[in-house]
Structure formats: C-alpha cells, structure tokens
Design a protein around this ligand. Structure first.
Ligand code: NAP
Length: 459
C-alpha cells in the first residue's frame, strides 16, 4: 500500500550572486543532490504525482543550469496546490539571475510536536498554527501534572475566543523523545530549567528542536535567530551528519523587537551602545504571572534574569558567523526592566550610540526601508514590512499597536536625537506572538524553506 500523502508541493530556495556564496550552493554542486532528493521523494509518491514531478524537475534543472527564471508553466507542471509555495518559489527565483538553487520537495504537512503545550506560549503556538498551511500540531507534551489528561482539562485556556476544534481530541503526553518520534520538528514552550534537560535530550535523540526558552540561546553551536535579522545563522545547524538533532532558539521576548528595530540602524550606521528601559506586559510571566493585586496601582522594577538576557542576546543576533560559531557584535547594552499592568505588548524606551550624529529622518528612512534577510523566501508568517514606523507624538501604545502585522511586526515611534547618546526611539512588540509563539513558528518556517526540516511522509 503506498503511503497516504497529500498533493506534492515544491518549494525552491536560491541564493544569488553575492549572497551566501559557497561551493555547496552553486548550481552544479547542488543538482546531483537535488536529483537524489527528488528520486527519494518520488519513491514515496503515487504514480501521477511522480510523472508530473519528474517532468517538471527535468525542465527546471535545465533552466537553472542556464540561469534562467521560473515561469508560470513550471508552477503548473508541479501540480502545486499551495499558493504561498508558488509565491515563495516565484519570489525566490523571479527576482533575477539565479546563482544557486536547492529544491525541497514536500509531501504534505510538517508534523509539529509541542513541548510545554499547556502554558501560555504553547497555547499561542496552537492558536497561531490553527490556519497554517504546512505546519500542523500532532503531539502535545507537558509536565507530569498534565500527562494522560485531555488537553483542555490540563490547560487553562487563557486566550480570547474558543480553542481550535482539533484540541478536543488531544491527550497530553510526557516530554520524552520517543513519544514524539513521528514529528518532523519539535517546538518548545518549556521554562529554562526544564528546557535544559528536555530540549537537550530531544536533540540528542535526533529531533530538530525550536526553542523559546533561554536554556541554549547562548550556546556557541546554537543559532539564536530573528529571521529578518540573522536568518543566515541557521547555517550553524545545516550541515549536520544525517540523523543528528539540533536546537535553534528565538530570543527573549524583549530582545526580538529590539533586535528588529536596531538591525537597520546597525547596518546603516553601526550601533555601539544601547540603553533600554522596558515596560513589560503581564503575559510575559506566563500563566503563573503576577497577581492582579500586585500590579494594580503599581509597577514592579525587576524581572528575574531579564536584564542579563537583553544585555547578552542582542550582540549574538547582530553578530556574524565565523568558523562555525557566532562572533557577537561589540555593542554595550544597559537594560532596566519593569513589569507593568498591560496584558500584552512590551514597550521599550531606547537610546542608541552610533558613534556619529544621525538625523532622525535618515534613521526613519533606514527603518522604513528594511526588508530583512529572508524577504526572498516569503515565509508565511513574516510580516511585510517587519518594522512599522509611526510619526504621531504618542505612539506606539500597547493597546493600539501590539497587533501590527498580525502581532509579528515591531512598531517604532518617537525617533529623535538624543543629547546623551545619538538617537532615541520607542518600540513596541507583541511579547507572546513576535516574542515567543510567532517567533518559533517563523523559525520553523525558515528551517523548512532552507531544507533543514520537511515532511517525511507518514510511516
Ligand atoms: P508557562 O505558561 O508557565 O508554561 C510552562 C509550560 O511548561 C507548561 O505547559 C507546563 O506544563 C510545562 N512544564 C513545566 N514544568 C515541566 C516539566 N518538568 N516537564 C514538562 N513540562 C513542564 O510559561 P510560558 O509563558 O508559556 O513560557 C514558556 C517559555 O517561553 C519560557 O521559557 C519563557 O521564558 C519563554 N517565553 C515566554 C514569553 C512570554 O511572553 N510569555 C516570551 C518569550 C519566551 P503544565 O501545565 O503541565 O505544568
């Protein structure tokens, strides 16, 4: 009996001249690889799909050899049913001469296992993936308190609206690698202490783990990724021996927005110093966050571990990969963190030292012009644009701006000169979406687009 597969999809990624050049990315270097990959996939596919796929592959290979472009008839030949994949392929190849190309053939959904599924980040991931075209939650894990219970009895569902219908059938399992064996990728919403043990064991057992926790963020061989800023750091895990697992992480929820907003300024002018004061929402503390009583008529000027994370993670994200590790950008960061009585959305007041005077208008132009490293891949959850600049005197505000770009864009306002450092601005990003669930999903999409994960076909 042939395995049950959905309509085959084909995604293509390319690197153009001057972008990530390398022998493994040249056309001639990749073609045999590509053909071998296709053969392997074709072996699993029903006959009709096989003929379409092979015919298309032949023509496409020839075109890539001649550095040509992808045309509509190629897309039709694939029999591809996912519009986002077609757009992705077109965006990647149609923009100019193709220098190198890799094809990832996709036999259907990518099966996601979720660790810490009952927590706030876990719930956000479930909500975020509800309408997703390719990533589908198939396994949910949590602590011993929840194991064996129906998901909705174990989780205290705390997001607006009803949970997706699928969750009614789910039973929570233990966070053990064997229970997630049929998953193509494992997303983790575990706390750092649990993550250190559990995520490490999953990676050792061969899983690709996308983590929200801080446990492995600063490990030298673990990419800490905001795709628009440093998606190319994923290459730290790309050339693993077959069967070897890995961990890729997203930053602390205050750092993601900060890194996104500072990336264009760093590229254009070079960031040297950052002083940041955060006003962080209650949801940043998870389902067991501070009680309403503590935050009514109050602000708490301390969040355990947060300032250290901001001060160390930013440099790694803005750094460069050298000899299989990340050389951090030499940026001095001073952070002051506060918990405030907003529900979602971290606001940050930032002063930036650039080593030169920069007019606010030039900084705004750099922020507005930023498209990010992965714009060519058209990742489904990547916001366009990644940075929204507002010019009103009193924006951004959590209540009005946290959902910009579906909660995935960072909003920047009040860009002005600073009498102490060079530039000041306010930024806002949604902590549980862009700072956690959406960040992990975007990283998983990046891994899929770069061929690090993909559907293996049902066993
Ligand atoms: P949370 O609401 O407290 O949820 C924690 C989850 O971990 C729950 O599913 C819990 O399961 C599970 N868990 C706890 N101990 C466990 C164990 N020993 N074995 C297996 N599972 C265990 O926390 P959260 O806010 O979702 O945050 C999750 C992670 O994301 C943390 O590392 C956090 O720092 C990070 N993060 C959070 C945010 C945010 O804005 N909230 C932003 C960025 C990153 P039970 O329900 O069974 O106890």
């Amino acid at each position: 009996m042939p395995p049950q597969v959905e309509a085959p999809l084909v995604a293509i990624r390319t690197s153009r001249r001057g972008r990530e050049p390398g022998p493994e990315r040249t056309v001639h270097g990749r073609i045999p690889d590509l053909e071998a990959q296709a053969e392997e996939v074709v072996a699993r596919f029903p006959a009709a799909a096989e003929r379409r796929l092979l015919g298309w592959l032949e023509r496409w290979t020839e075109r890539v050899r001649q550095r040509s472009v992808l045309h509509d008839d190629d897309e039709r030949a694939i029999g591809c049913t996912a519009p986002n994949r077609r757009a992705q392929a077109r965006a990647a190849i149609g923009r100019g001469p193709c220098y190198g190309a890799t094809m990832v053939v996709d036999g259907g959904s990518i099966r996601v296992g979720l660790l810490g599924a009952t927590g706030l980040v876990g719930q956000r991931i479930i909500r975020f993936l509800e309408p997703h075209r390719t990533l589908r939650v198939v396994r949910v894990g949590a602590s011993g308190r929840s194991v064996g219970r129906p998901y909705l009895k174990a989780a205290q569902w705390s997001l607006p609206g009803d949970p997706p219908a699928d969750v009614e059938d789910w039973t929570v399992v233990a966070c053990e690698p064997e229970a997630f064996e049929d998953c193509d990728v494992v997303l983790s919403g575990l706390d750092a202490t649990t993550g250190l043990d559990v995520e490490g064991r999953f990676a050792a057992a061969g899983h690709v783990v996308v983590s929200n926790s801080s446990a492995y963020r600063m490990a030298p061989d673990v990419p800490l990724v905001v795709p628009e800023v440093n998606g190319s750091h994923v290459r730290l895990v790309e050339n693993r021996p077959p069967g070897r697992g890995c961990i890729i992480t997203n930053p602390n929820c205050s750092v993601t927005g900060l890194a996104l907003a500072l990336a264009p300024l760093h590229r254009a002018f070079g960031v040297r110093q950052v002083v940041v004061s955060t006003l962080q929402a209650i949801s940043g503390a998870g389902v067991e966050g501070p009680r309403a009583l503590h935050l009514t008529d109050n602000v708490i000027p301390f969040i355990a571990g947060e300032e250290d994370k901001i001060e160390t993670e930013l440099g790694k994200i803005l750094g460069v990969v050298v000899d299989g590790t990340v050389e951090a950008a030499p940026i001095a960061v001073s952070a002051h963190c506060h918990r405030v009585p907003t529900i979602d959305g971290h606001l940050e007041a930032v002063s930036v030292g650039l080593g030169m005077r920069v007019a606010a208008a030039d900084a705004i132009a750099a922020l507005r012009g930023f498209r990010g490293e992965v714009a060519d891949l058209a990742l489904p959850s990547a916001p366009v644009p990644p940075i929204v600049v507002r010019e009103e005197d009193d924006r951004p505000q959590p209540r009005y701006d946290r959902d910009a770009g579906g909660g995935m864009a960072v909003t920047v306002g009040r860009v002005r000169s600073c009498p102490v450092l060079d530039l000041r601005l306010e930024l806002l990003s949604h902590n549980t979406i862009r700072g956690a669930a959406g960040a992990a999903v975007l990283n998983a999409e990046l891994l899929a687009a770069r061929g690090v994960i993909g559907p293996r076909g049902r066993r």
